[in-house]
Design a binder for this molecule. Sequence first.
Ligand code: SAH
Length: 277
Amino acid sequence: MTDAPGRSHGRMSIRASLQPRELMQDTPDLAGAWAARVITLFPEVFPGVLGASLTGKALQEGLWRLDTLDLRTFGVGRHRNVDDTPAGGGAGMVLRADVVGAALTQAARGTPRDAARWPVIYLSPRGKPFDQTMARRFSQTDGLTLLCGRFEGVDQRVLDHFEVEEVSLGDFVLTGGEIAAMALIDATVRLIPRVLGNEASAEEESFSRGLLEFPQYTRPAVWEGREIPDILLSGHHAKIADWRQAMAERLTQERRPDLWRAYRGSHDGDPDGDQEL
Ligand code: SAH
């Protein structure tokens, strides 16, 4: 677990453009805070949205760390080239194995060798789809190295050599891995103890219990002629919990038959989970 001790409070942890040379010093992270090391051609876009709100506050407080490695600095030749044309022909450019390899080697310095403690991830549409279970697993590591691709992607040999885990944000193609890395980091960091503030809220959220979340309401009590369901104003906590459970089940069944089948399978001793409600 990465429950950072209180002494990390007040430590400034935004290192949006950490140079490789600085990483080489292997300064141990005394607070033991969870860390993300991002390899990217665009270090300047970090921390971006991760610097806002709860994740930003937690970053400032040292509850997690963000380091970037600028892929360009590993480029070859006078122009620091990072890419070349695909072997076998075709459109676009491919990130070079030697360039990406040097960056991954640099990023590995001072990190645990054990992939369970420090996964090395390539954001890629070919990867395993990212989900809440994966976010929970990543939040229980010491940290992650995240490789952001660009152009047509990365030379396969470097992925094989470093036994990189490929993770996809979904079945669509982005221009680069940076947005996917940010999404992955955001979902992961908010599961680190104390980042979210009210920890109970993480347990009730969509996916945490295998269901989508129930509908939420707040003031005003009547808006555009629409009222808040009576039960939520009744003060009966048990009835409210029942109502929320029923709504979560209904929404999941309607919108996500895949999640619903899995949920029924794990809750009713019904292995194929095909029962109708
Ligand atoms: N030619 C590749 C796509 C390259 S897109 C293919 O067809 O599979 C350029 C980069 O954007 C990729 O290297 C990857 O890092 C990132 N990327 C694109 N779509 C992504 C997705 N769905 N999830 C995570 N990363 C993605």
